[in-house]
Write a protein that binds this ligand. Structure first.
Ligand SMILES: NC(=O)c1ccc[n+]([C@@H]2O[C@H](COP(=O)([O-])OP(=O)(O)OC[C@H]3O[C@@H](n4cnc5c(N)ncnc54)[C@H](O)[C@@H]3O)[C@@H](O)[C@H]2O)c1
Length: 265
């Protein structure tokens, strides 16, 4: 069996989109996976689909206690923790600062930063003691918005730049015990939601009319990605045999969006 035989992994936001594709790939590669997501129904349906290779935990990444409970449940089920993946996130739907609702601006900033940034830090803290025991690794889902403009509004772009800084600092602090890396997807067709504070709580990126065309138009590779386009990179970073010298590294899986399209392309 595959690159992650007998590895134990916990992923946040694993019930949908990129996270769910990573769960399915990791199980196919031989891993056992704890899946943390917001609702009990969502995690139960994954347990039903993938059976005893998966344990589901409902919780909110903004809570340290929920992150700790997810680590505890994963270790109780599978005996150890090799990899923690901080993946849960929400988007700001590319709303420019001056178009955000004035009266909700503070709560929109708080909601997006607390899920996208605080959620990753709390998850890292909750997982670290177990990861030190196994000389394991942390992987975070960044975004092309961790590097470039145009894939979000300023709140999302700032939050993902913060995740890049967090990866570097944690890699520095945890070496040589625990490796810390990231994957930075570009536009990916998923149900990525937004903040309830901005009225985007039930919105889905995939419902935006012609979103695939929008992404194609920005991307040198000329197509919008799907979650499965990124899962091999998480597999590589999780695999000790194949990436033991990688830490503080973020793999950009974005169709070349950072260098832009040639005129007329
Ligand atoms: N879709 C894209 O174009 C794209 C591009 C780059 C990066 N990303 C990032 O990929 C990650 C996954 O997003 P996706 O596109 O797969 O979207 P998605 O909505 O399909 O998956 C995100 C999951 O996170 C969960 N989640 C959200 N808030 C949570 C919370 N407070 N506590 C626990 N779980 C929570 C959601 O319930 C959902 O299952 C996010 O960090 C996102 O910013 C997405």
């Amino acid at each position: 069996m595959g690159w992650l035989k007998d590895q134990v992994v916990l992923i946040t936001g694993g019930a949908s989109g990129i996270g769910l594709a990573v769960v399915e790939r990791f199980v196919a590669e031989g891993a056992k996976v704890g899946v943390m997501d917001r609702t009990a129904d969502a995690v139960k349906s994954i347990e039903k689909k993938l059976g005893d290779k998966v344990v589901g935990v409902s919780g909110d990444v903004r809570s340290l206690a929920d992150n700790e409970a997810a680590v505890k449940k994963t270790v109780e089920a599978f005996g150890k923790l090799d990899v923690f993946i901080g993946n849960a996130g929400i988007w700001d739907y590319m709303v420019p600062l001056m178009e955000q609702e004035h009266d909700n601006l503070e709560s929109i900033c708080d909601e997006i930063f607390s899920i996208n940034v605080k959620g990753c830090l709390l998850g890292a803290r909750a997982a670290m003691d177990e990861l030190k025991k196994t000389n394991g690794s942390l992987i975070f889902t960044v975004s092309s918005s961790g590097f470039y403009t145009g894939g979000g509004g300023p709140i999302y772009v700032a939050s993902k730049h913060a995740v890049v800084g967090m990866i570097k600092q944690l890699a520095y602090e945890m070496a040589p015990d625990v490796r810390v890396n990231g994957v930075a997807p570009g536009g990916t067709i998923t149900n990525l939601g937004g903040s309830a504070s901005a009225g985007h709580g039930d919105s889905k990126l995939s419902d935006i009319p012609d979103v695939d065309k929008l992404i194609e138009g920005m991307t040198p590779m000329g197509f919008a990605s799907v979650p499965e386009d990124h899962t091999g990179l998480y597999t590589l970073l999780a695999s000790r045999e194949n990436s033991r010298y990688l830490t503080g590294t973020i793999i950009n899986s974005d169709g070349g969006i950072g260098f832009g399209k040639r005129p007329g392309q």
